[in-house]
Ligand binder design. Structure first.
Ligand code: NCD
Length: 360
């Protein structure tokens, strides 16, 4: 199914040239934001946040206000009809008839794609469970392009919860599309990068290695992307307790890093970066959050031009097969058409990318 709108569900639905245009526009806007003050006069953006957020939601809202538009929405589904049992389809159908563009964050994977199937306006994925976070990736790419001057030939260390961190998944997928990027994946064995993302790195011939400590990697890195351990995605509090304080970037570790290392973090930080690191000129995470607002301004302008209708479902239903991921939106919203990519024994859910063995 091809949408009549330009949606941003997964950056990899679009060609790299499209992302580069958004990033370049974001860079221009950051140099002169007031030149864009009337780009969205009369337009309304809806922000539907089913999960907590500070930066993503506020930067989207500020972006739309700076473009001359207005905003509606909720940041707590408990105060909307969702609490009365309304399904995702009905909520998004109605809201999309009020708004020109919709931004959605949801705890379930594939939710933004599910919304885009029936919405009457473009949908932007602002994070779907532990799956993807494409607008954080645009933020990260704009930051790297401004601060490092390139998106290729980088050695990138990603540290923390690589299993559940949606920002990490989106960023790895995106950086694998630029030449000669190398990845050092720093995590405990329990929180390694999912197999399907590693297959994407392999398919793009990206070199990557998995290590256990920051110390063994930091000296080799151009970029260190720190992430928090995603407490809300753990099966039990005990499992979270075992993982929570393993990584901490501090001044002593920074002594071993290159002079032009770029330390990024999507934020919020818990304890994984000591406050003392904030004063190090290589700590760019607060600047990164500001770039997020500019790149979202660029994204809103680009999406509203509607020049790139997105493919939403291109696979097939497979009789007798359901996605095996308990956090997939298709588990909760039973009316959704099931759709899988793949042939042979392995199927891949088109909403959440879960891979599983086909039942014959
Ligand atoms: C991230 C998210 O929500 O995935 N935050 C953000 O959008 N900047 C990272 C996180 O919550 O750890």
């Amino acid at each position: 199914m091809i949408s009549q709108f330009t949606n941003l569900i997964d950056l990899n639905d679009m060609p790299v040239s499209w992302w580069n245009e958004v990033i370049d526009l974001g860079a221009k806007i950051s140099d002169n934001p007031s030149a864009y003050a009337h780009e969205c006069d009369g337009k309304i953006m809806a922000t539907l946040f089913y999960e907590p957020s500070t930066r993503t939601q506020m930067s989207f809202q500020t972006a739309m206000l700076k473009l001359g538009g207005t905003i509606i929405g909720f940041d707590n589904p408990a105060t909307s009809s969702v609490s009365k049992g309304e399904n995702l389809k009905d909520t998004t159908k109605i809201v999309s008839s009020y708004a020109d563009i919709m931004v959605m964050r949801h705890n379930l994977e594939g939710a933004a794609k599910a919304a885009a199937l029936t919405a009457d306006c473009p949908v932007i994925n602002a994070g779907d469970g532990g799956h993807l976070h494409p607008t954080q990736t645009l933020t990260d790419l704009l930051t790297l392009s401004k601060e490092k001057g390139r998106l290729d030939n980088l050695t990138i260390g990603l540290c923390g919860d690589l299993k559940n961190g949606r920002t990490v998944h989106s960023l790895c997928k995106a950086l694998s599309c630029y030449k000669n990027n190398k990845f050092i994946l720093i995590s405990t064995p329990e929180l390694r990068l999912p197999f399907y993302i590693k297959s994407i790195l392999n398919a793009s011939n990206c070199v990557f290695e998995e290590v256990d400590s920051i110390e063994e990697a930091i000296g080799k890195l151009d970029v260190l992307y720190m992430t928090r351990i995603q407490r809300e995605r753990f099966a039990s509090p005990e499992e979270y307790e075992k993982q929570k304080d393993v990584y901490r970037l501090d001044h002593t570790k920074m002594l071993k890093a290159q002079k032009d290392l770029c330390v990024l973090h999507p934020l919020p930080r818990v304890d994984e970066i000591a406050i003392e690191v904030d004063d190090d000129p290589r700590a760019l995470y607060f600047k990164q959050a500001k770039y997020g607002m500019y790149v979202r301004m660029a994204l809103i302008i680009t999406i509203l031009k509607n020049e790139y209708p997105t493919k939403l479902l291109v696979g097939k239903t497979r009789k007798g097969n359901e996605c095996t991921n308990p956090n997939c939106i298709t588990q909760k919203e039973a009316y959704l058409p099931k759709s899988f990519r793949g042939s042979g024994d392995t199927l891949e859910c088109e909403y959440c990318d879960e891979r599983f063995l086909q039942k014959h």
